[in-house]
Design a protein around this ligand. Structure first.
Ligand SMILES: NC(=O)c1ccc[n+]([C@@H]2O[C@H](COP(=O)([O-])OP(=O)(O)OC[C@H]3O[C@@H](n4cnc5c(N)ncnc54)[C@H](O)[C@@H]3O)[C@@H](O)[C@H]2O)c1
Length: 253
């Protein structure tokens, strides 16, 4: 049976770790040729090696997606490598410092918004023209349950992720008639290096995170990957502008 992404070229930003890596691996298993972008080249190279070991097709580019020139180059290299771009998972992100509103520094606020919000717009800005040329495409951005609810101690992150939901809905409306679907995923607390860092920084206790999840455990990166691959696939052909919560029931409370 053909994979859900057979014949498609898919770009994954932040593909060197966590949710991005799990999605790159699943996309490749579902038949996509994958381009991985990360500003930590070793992580991206490891994901490429893992995909190749599994018989898939992958390449990577070292890029900071918060820098315009590097995003332009990334799209250019994807086209040089594979000749097209059918799907994009704009997922690279950082957690930033854990500090409530009055303690959050301007530097932290600017850095988090630059990577978690502005870079998502920048990626779409350079991905969509190629999709328009090809006559269609699918984009999935990574928001968060922090894009739907407030979380004390991470004001910049919450603001950025709310912004991603808004950007997603707007781009979805702008390109709905051009055969380009734009959705986002809103993960709950997923067991990745980012979340382990948040536990280590003391911004969140693991026991509280587990207690927040009605399902009673942290999510796995593969559980987000499954939703992203579905949204990128033709099986989701009537889904656009949707923030898909994959959160163990967190936002059902
Ligand atoms: N883990 C969670 O619980 C959770 C929950 C909701 C949303 N998210 C979001 O999911 C996404 C992935 O997070 P994760 O948990 O897999 O984290 P992670 O730290 O394991 O992976 C993030 C990857 O993004 C890369 N990256 C960061 N900034 C970058 C930049 N400017 N340019 C290029 N690459 C960059 C990092 O090097 C890393 O490889 C993030 O947007 C995060 O905010 C995570």
């Amino acid at each position: 049976m053909a994979g859900a992404l057979e014949g498609k070229v898919v770009l994954v930003t932040g593909g060197g770790s966590g949710i991005g890596r799990a999605t790159a691996l699943l996309a490749a298993r579902q038949g996509a040729r994958v381009m991985i972008a990360d500003y930590v080249p070793e992580g991206a190279e490891k994901t490429v090696a893992m995909i190749k070991e599994g018989g898939g097709t992958a390449a990577c580019v070292a890029a900071d997606v918060a820098v315009t020139r590097q995003v332009e180059d990334l799209i250019q290299k994807t086209l040089e490598t594979y000749g097209r771009l059918d799907g994009a998972f704009n997922n690279a992100g950082i957690e930033g410092a854990m500090a409530e509103t009055i303690a959050c520094t301007e530097e932290n606020f600017d850095r988090v918004v630059a990577i978690d919000l502005k870079a998502v717009w920048l990626c779409m800005k350079y991905e969509i023209p190629q999709m328009l040329k090809q006559g269609g495409g699918a984009i999935v951005n990574t928001a968060s349950i922090a894009g739907l609810l407030g979380f004390p101690g991470i004001p910049a992150y919450v603001a950025a992720k709310h912004g991603v939901v808004g950007l997603t809905r707007t781009a979805a409306l702008e390109y709905a008639q051009k055969n380009i679907r734009v959705n986002c995923v809103c993960p709950g607390v997923i067991n990745t290096p980012m979340v382990q860092r948040a536990f280590d920084k003391g911004g969140m206790r693991e026991a509280d995170a587990i207690a927040g999840e009605p399902i009673g455990r942290l999510g796995k990166p593969e559980e987000i990957a499954a939703g992203v691959v579905w949204l990128l696939s033709d099986a989701a052909s009537f889904v656009t502008g949707h923030p898909l919560t994959i959160d163990g029931g967190w936002t059902a409370r």
